[in-house]
Design a protein around this ligand. Sequence first.
Ligand SMILES: Nc1ncnc2c1ncn2[C@@H]1O[C@H](COP(=O)(O)OP(=O)(O)OP(=O)(O)O)[C@@H](O)[C@H]1O
Length: 402
Amino acid sequence: MTDTTAHDIMIRLDGLSKRYPGQQRDAVASLDLDIRRGEIVVFVGPSGCGKTTTMKMINRIIEPSTGRILLDGEDVTEANPDQLRRRIGYVIQQIGLFPHLTIGENIATVPKLLGWKKDRIAARVDELLTTVGMDPEEYRDRYPKQLSGGQQQRIGVARALGADPEVLLMDEPFGAIDPITRDRLQNELLRLQAEMRKTIVFVTHDIDEAIKLGDRIVILQEGSRIAQYDTPERILTAPANDFVRSFIGRGASLKRLNLTRVADVPLREWPTVDIDTPPEAALEVLRGVPESALLVVDGAGRPVSWLLADDLRAPEGRPLSALGTPIDHTVEPRATLSDVLNELITARHSVSVVLDDTGVARGVIDFDQINETIREMRSVAVGEARAGLAEVGSGAAPQERE
Ligand SMILES: Nc1ncnc2c1ncn2[C@@H]1O[C@H](COP(=O)(O)OP(=O)(O)OP(=O)(O)O)[C@@H](O)[C@H]1O
């Protein structure tokens, strides 16, 4: 079913089911899922589909009715839950900080349980506060209610990381947080993960959050049935069925643009002239190219202005620096195509100048390239899915249509 070796799989759910007492139906019905080491896998699905139940079975807060859970190759279905939870950090929406303990004591919970020495715990608390971007001096002795919601959520993450667990379970951790703070916390999680490379299972209702954070996304239907398990790119470009399509909602192409960065796209070259060029010579250059404008650059290659034929017809002795329209926007290689599209929609020109880190113009990007990229992503995704490369436990074969 997969080209991954057993060693790559950190969590394996094998026929995992849960029926709550007195219920007619399984909340989770025979779920098979492999989660690779070091990846963020996001569970997304409608309310009641079994996301939280699945998550809580992984750390055995809820006991499965049938099936097995393997952690790093070891069957932990019958393991001691307390020991298991030391290997698995858990972050939830309501944060669950102990109100009567200080921030430092909250973060120290698991290391204390593990019997670490005082000095080691104190050093770890300060290290974790720093990791989540909070000054230890300022925050370690405060109580949870003396922090903002976003700060409390950071402490929730720090506490879950206390004993350096192999796995982090995060159940809608940013659900109750305002959109700006949520965006910041998402970015912080991605930055942290770039260093930590933990195996993270993340639950959300929000497909945009899933696309932003997930190395892979599991789209779940009722009973935790997998509608599709795939990369964000492939979910957006080749949804497996109508359920996935409706879950993504309208605007799949726009969401896709968030996944591609300018650096990933071949840039278009644009005719440039140096700012010291005499206007007559610039007009000659313009006549010799198919483009309707020239890009004026300074001595270092930094973009200065756009120059149209009209600007050059009657220069009346003025140098290039006094002609044309100043460049009103530029993009960096790290910008997403979604950022570029935003720029293009609001800008006066239909191309954006791409700068490198030193501010030098490296080329331009325009609507056509964005279009072309979307088409390519789509054909690659559909081709891969058809070739059966959909890797770890993916769902049904994607169909080629939006
Ligand atoms: N303790 C319980 N007893 C009986 N049924 C339960 C219990 N907990 C959850 N359920 C049911 O199991 C199903 C799955 O619930 P679960 O909380 O796992 O879903 P979810 O996908 O996490 O939902 P949400 O997104 O709303 O949090 C639901 O139908 C729910 O009503």
